[in-house]
Write a protein of this length. Structure first.
Ligand code: ANZ
Length: 931
């Protein structure tokens, strides 16, 4: 046999693994389990580029490693297959998103297959599959029928809540619920009609319909997320966006805020990710404080403050433009000005309003309030830096301590009456011009530290009945409705205007067929186009309309890791035994861009399912690693301005040129394939070139994001075709630490490709025939092997894959030098290399005569005895003269060396029966005796 033919071999082994279901995993309580998971991809039309498999290669190495370490490994793959691109493509072309999605999945699977991943495809899930989303809908229904009981600190059935209401009303219920629930008694409850009862219950349900302010884009016919709006226009298309109140399904994720926060402490995640979630949840300890309005004692303005200690310095109040008291607070004189201001402010997105420090805009209402601490009369303003969704939507402004209040007050020439003492204020003494304000003291808080002052002020406020201590979270409940087609239907129907859940037995509610994927003319979501999208509950002759909104992209991905454990179960979301066995994901690898989206939502749903008893673990992902991105390495050519001439990179000095991206696939080691370049585009056919002296055209290069528009996308299929999957896998790992961002640079790939060839040669003689020997290896050979085993094991255990690759290279180089072809050495090398280069190792393993796949072998145990240089030849001198050389093991202690030296016959002869006066042992060097 001649050179290694990776094409045949890789294809052969991929087929072998597949047809023998080598990676299929079943619950086996006699074996330790290991669950290793990738963030599943959205199957986009563009296919995979070399950046995508980076994380998958890392998890695959771990999965294969853990298997040969004796673990039962669950390593599944699936598709996050609902989503916007397929829908937009459908709107443009009329092609059903299911068809494009299916086509893309086929392509993805083909690409993944070629890289030799050890996925258990029998566990595959697709979020757009009705058999899967049946359970996404089921979770929605459970959320609808649950409320959050603060006393037990978990979700409980709504039926329990109803029992409480029937017995005693809601006065004693401690729940996470809407802010504005009014108290009702037992008899109130019993006198409510069904609709009234439903309205009350909605305020408690974990998923609920609420009128929410949304970014509505009439042109696109949909609600947009905050990050999709820039300067009041839609990011895509630049259409006008207005803030609008719409009835939307929401998820009461805030009920879990504290548990989501404390749960982070026990997770082995990158600290930066945990910090991002902490900030997103944004827990603030503070107080709510009420301000009476002058001439209207009944109206009270409630503010949320984290600095109740600064109340003496309050010089005005400001309300969010959406605040409900504005109409009643606005005096006649200011009516027009207020109306204009409110209209203007409402249409700016929250994000713009928060970031826009300079244009602190505002409007006086004409009303005044009373500062409860000192009885001062203070004006009530409207300011759009106050957000309606946070706290109470009203702030007490302390311009001497808070930068925004200070900027606002300066802008509107409002008084700044106090400089607070103590650390912790935003404004420094230097910033504050005392001429602008009067220094006053803080009454009973004088001289205290901020912490002490806050504590004392809260006590004061509570005692006097001005307000109470309060915890606030930045995190909001998540809006769940989408006006889209390609998502899960929400399992709700409406009867008599009341939202009701579809019977579980009737799930899934399958996405109906429609002709066009756009909103209807009357502004209903696309599902409004379906002919008969109605539901008849069992026993009912009448049919009722089904909810027209669909679920957001994050619904299906919030629980997919559970379904992998038992993907085909039709009667339950996940089998109890399977869940108990596979339990948490032991290792999860994916991008850091999901910090406050997917990773937070899935923790939320998991906690809810935990409360429900569906899962046994409160946290889904024990360990998380964020793989860095592989960036593109772009190449450039330089056109001399006004000509069709291109000048090579090192010759361009003195020319006025325009830099142009060139397709990296027609560049090799920065050298342009001139003919391919001419053929690349019709306008380049006549191109002329000024080359380097050797006749080549040298391109410039730069590291950028990998993207089609930069012509720097490298397709893994091409790399596999040219070098083989084993080379691609090892090369991607070799690029650098997994977490790091790093450019794709094919210049180094030859090194890895050579390594694979060298490995092959170790097993073959000069003539190219397979030949290994059964004779015992030398100590040196063992040493090389065992050092490698140890290093590779340590590396995988700490997810340092790039260092393993270099270790393998060193090992193969050393064995090549020794012309080592001992079975005992080479077979173990194959086993430890198999997670990285699974194909060639299978091939050589079978050539070694093994009938069973190398994936069934055992990771060898390294032995200490082989790691050390075994012996050292000690020169032993007696009275300054070297008399003998003794071979002693290196592992000996000083005392043991001395003992062994003295025991030696030759030394004994020189000692002539005397005891030496002095013995000096210098380990690894010399022994000196003085007699
Ligand atoms: C007086 C004060 C004095 C404040 C001071 C801060 C510093 P965090 O920590 O983010 O929770 N605030 C309250 N509700 C607001 C809203 N809806 N929109 C904008 N700002 C709002 O911030 C809480 C602080 O932000 C509150 O404490 C309030 O200003 C302001 F030296 O009250 B503070």
């Amino acid at each position: 046999m001649a050179d290694y033919s990776f094409r045949d071999s890789e294809k052969k082994w991929q087929e072998y693994w597949e047809s023998n279901q080598i990676f299929k995993s079943e619950v086996d309580s006699n074996k330790k389990k290991y669950y290793v998971l990738d963030m599943f991809p959205y199957p986009s039309g563009a296919g995979l580029h070399v950046g995508h498999p980076l994380g998958y290669i890392a998890t695959d190495i771990v999965a294969r490693y853990k298997r040969i370490k004796g673990y039962n490994v669950l390593h599944p793959m699936g598709f996050d297959s609902f989503g916007l691109p397929a829908e937009q493509y459908a709107v443009q072309t009329g092609q059903h998103p299911a068809i494009t999605t299916e086509k893309n999945i086929t392509r993805y699977k083909e690409q993944l297959r070629k890289i030799g991943f050890s996925f258990d495809w029998s566990k595959e899930v697709r979020t757009s599959d009705p058999a899967y989303y049946k359970w996404t809908q089921w979770i929605f229904i459970q959320l609808f029928h649950s409320w959050y009981n603060k006393q037990t600190d978990k979700a409980s059935p709504i039926s329990d809540l109803i029992k409480i209401f029937e017995k005693e009303g809601n006065a004693n219920v401690k729940a996470v619920c809407d802010e504005d629930v009014t108290v009702f008694s037992q008899s109130d409850w019993n006198s409510f009609n069904e609709k009234q009862k439903e309205e009350r219950l909605l305020a408690y349900r974990l998923t609920y319909l609420a009128d929410t302010m949304v970014n509505w884009c009439p042109e696109l016919g949909t609600v947009l997320a905050n990050e999709e709006v820039k300067d009041g226009l839609s990011e895509r298309g630049g259409y006008a966006v207005v803030r609008k109140k719409m009835s939307q399904w929401s998820m009461r994720i805030t009920a879990y805020a504290d548990r989501l926060l404390t749960g982070l402490d026990g997770l082995d995640w990158p600290e930066a990710m945990k910090e991002m979630q902490r900030n997103w949840i944004g827990k603030s300890l503070g107080a709510e404080l009420e301000f009476e309005v002058v001439n209207s004692e009944k109206t009270k303005i409630k503010v949320f403050t984290t600095r109740v200690d600064t109340t003496f310095g309050v010089t005005y109040l400001s309300l969010a433009p959406e605040h409900e008291l504005i109409p009643s607070l606005t005096t006649k004189e200011y009516q027009d000005a207020v109306d204009n201001y409110v209209t203007m402010a409402k249409n700016r997105s929250e994000r713009d309003r928060m970031s826009d420090v300079k244009t602190v805009s505002g409007q006086f209402t004409g009303s005044y309030a009373i500062n409860p601490f000192n009885g001062e009369k203070i004006p009530v303003w409207i300011a759009d830096y106050v957000l309606s969704g946070y706290g109470t939507g009203a702030v007490m402004a302390v311009p001497s301590s808070d930068t925004r209040d200070f900027a606002f007050a300066s802008n509107f020439k409002l008084p700044i009456i106090a400089v607070q003492e103590g650390e912790g204020t935003d404004i420094t003494k230097e910033d504050f011009d005392p001429k602008k304000g009067t220094m006053i003291n803080s009454g009973f808080l004088n001289g205290l530290t901020v912490k002490e002052a806050i504590k004392k002020a809260v006590e004061f406020v509570e005692e006097k009945g001005y307000g109470k201590g309060k915890v606030n979270y930045k995190m909001r409940d998540s809006i769940f409705s989408r006006q889209r087609y390609w998502g899960e239907p929400i399992p709700i129907y409406y009867k008599d205007g009341i939202a009701r859940t579809i019977n579980e037995a009737d799930l899934p509610i399958v996405l109906p067929e429609i002709e066009e994927y756009k909103p209807t003319e009357s502004g209903d979501p696309p599902l409004g186009r379906a002919k008969d999208f109605t539901y008849a509950p069992t026993g009912s002759l009448e049919r009722y309309p089904i909810e027209l909104n669909t679920m957001p992209g994050w619904a299906g991905s919030s629980w997919y890791f559970l379904r992998y454990m038992d993907p085909n179960n039709e009667t339950i979301l996940v089998d109890k035994e399977a869940e108990k066995y596979w339990n948490q994901v032991d290792l999860y690898i994916g991008g850091s861009e999901h910090a406050t989206g997917h990773l937070l939502y899935s923790r939320f749903w998991n906690k809810f399912l935990f409360d429900l008893g569906v899962v046994t673990s409160d946290e889904p992902f024990k360990k998380l690693i964020n793989q860095g991105m592989i960036q593109g390495r772009s190449n450039f050519v330089y056109r001399i301005n006004g000509t069709a001439k291109y000048v090579s990179c090192k010759q361009k000095l003195g020319y006025e040129t325009t830099e142009m991206h060139v397709d990296v696939n027609i560049v090799d080691n920065d050298i342009l394939d001139i003919e391919a370049f001419k053929a690349w585009r019709p306008d380049l056919a006549e191109a002329e070139f000024i080359t380097e002296p050797d006749g080549t055209y040298l391109c410039g290069h730069e590291v950028e994001k990998m993207s089609k528009s930069k012509y720097n996308v490298v397709n893994p299929d091409d790399v596999v075709e040219k070098y083989g999957a084993d080379t691609l896998r090892m090369y991607e790992m070799f690029l650098g630490p997994l977490e790091q961002f790093k450019p794709w640079n094919t210049n180094g790939i030859d090194g890895v490709s050579k390594f694979i060839k060298k490995l092959w040669k170790l097993f073959h003689n000069e003539k190219g025939d397979f030949q290994i020997e059964n004779s015992a290896p030398s100590r040196e050979e063992f040493k090389i092997l065992h050092q490698t085993i140890k290093k590779v094991e340590e590396d995988v255990e700490r997810y340092s894959f790039n260092t393993s690759v270099s270790t393998f290279m060193i090992c193969v180089n050393k064995l090549t030098e020794l012309k080592s072809n001992k079975r005992q050495i080479l077979e173990d090398l194959l086993i430890i290399l198999s997670p990285y280069a699974p194909h060639i190792t299978e091939e050589l393993w079978s050539l070694c005569g093994h009938m069973e796949s190398i994936t069934k072998s055992n990771f060898p145990q390294w032995k200490e005895e082989y790691l050390t240089e075994s012996d050292f030849e000690y020169p032993v001198s007696i009275n300054g003269k070297m008399r003998v050389k003794l071979n002693l093991p290196l592992s000996l202690s000083k005392e043991e060396i001395e003992k062994r030296v003295l025991e030696s016959d030759i030394v004994q002869k020189w000692l002539e029966g005397k005891n030496p006066k002095k013995v000096i042992v210098v380990p690894n060097k010399i022994v000196n005796l003085v007699i």
